[in-house]
Design a binder for this molecule. Sequence first.
Ligand SMILES: Nc1ncnc2c1ncn2[C@@H]1O[C@H](COP(=O)(O)OP(=O)(O)OP(=O)(O)O)[C@@H](O)[C@H]1O
Length: 375
Amino acid sequence: MSTTQPLPGQQSAPAGQPPAGENLLEVSGLRKHFPIRHGIVFQRQIGAVHAVDGVDFTVGAGRTLGLVGESGCGKSTTGRLVTRLLEPTAGTVVFDGEDITHTPVTRMKEARRNLQMIFQDPYSSLNPRHTVGTIVETPMRLNGINPPQGHKRRAQELLETVGLNPEHYNRYPNEFSGGQRQRIGIARALALKPKLIVADEPVSALDVSIQAQVVNLLQDLQREFGIAFVFIAHDLAVVRHFCERVAVMYLGKIVEIADRQTLYTRPRHPYTHALLSAVPEADPDGIRRRERIRLAGDVPSPVDPPSGCRFRTRCWKARERCVTEEPPLVRLGGSPDGHLTACHFPEEPTIEAREEDIVLDPAVTGREETAAGTA
Ligand SMILES: Nc1ncnc2c1ncn2[C@@H]1O[C@H](COP(=O)(O)OP(=O)(O)OP(=O)(O)O)[C@@H](O)[C@H]1O
């Protein structure tokens, strides 16, 4: 996939946002292999965890891309590579026209300012010994930003922006709830007026009742300030709410990417079908039945991923070709512009019920048979 061209199928920008199609972030062939070492003295490398294994995507200015997939498929590592918290093994990251793939963090001041990250755990990502004011002001001070109204007033404005009381400036993180701490983290990320925020599971550590509030806050900020987002989550419902485009990852690769409506209603990759079929969804008319797919086992080890298509060991459609030939991420016949799928034997583009459920997990089959027998 070319990463220098705007992704097809992007919707037009809402009022006040940058024009559509201008790529702010271009990720190409991105790889991260964590070495596995053995031995106390010589520490020989005996293998590698293929955490991210050739990922391409772009994010337009002011746009939102969701990264979804099961635990361990490489979402967080991708986020950390993009924000340069990790050094890639291969590939390129171009941000705002600048290739930052190997720029030393100390020399990428401008990019660091415009590229911020929000972390999953609001408890560990805030220094408990610093006041909220210090936490929010520090990025400005480190970057030599002196707002006309002064650091304190600006920090208080930011607290207000994220729905916190500016008078809490002198309080410490442990005096706040999880949702409030995440708001402090968001205020800190906003302090430098970033162009892109990578939000790594920003609500999954929060109570369900608080999650919606924080997601709505992020959405308001995204619209008001035209900030682009890479939103990492395993909760497909949250991603659907927040993201215009969604990429599905499996074992270090993107297996499907499309605009949200297409991905959620007309998926082609069997793995996307399986993920969606696991999402509980209200069926208001009670007429349309959704497909049921239960996958077998866990994601295989990223130390030794399967040959060919990585999903083949859990796929009900796998054939010989899937063992020998890796499917490219391409637009399939019948898919709209911008909908790319990596599959040799794609599914019908619908999530409606099939004649028979797909249940690959023997444990689930056993349980269901027992339940049916006792009913
Ligand atoms: N520093 C590291 N050293 C070795 N392996 C790592 C390291 N960080 C991540 N991994 C491995 O890389 C793979 C991808 O991890 P990653 O955290 O990116 O996945 P994820 O999709 O974000 O999962 P989760 O939703 O559980 O956070 C996993 O197998 C993980 O164990």
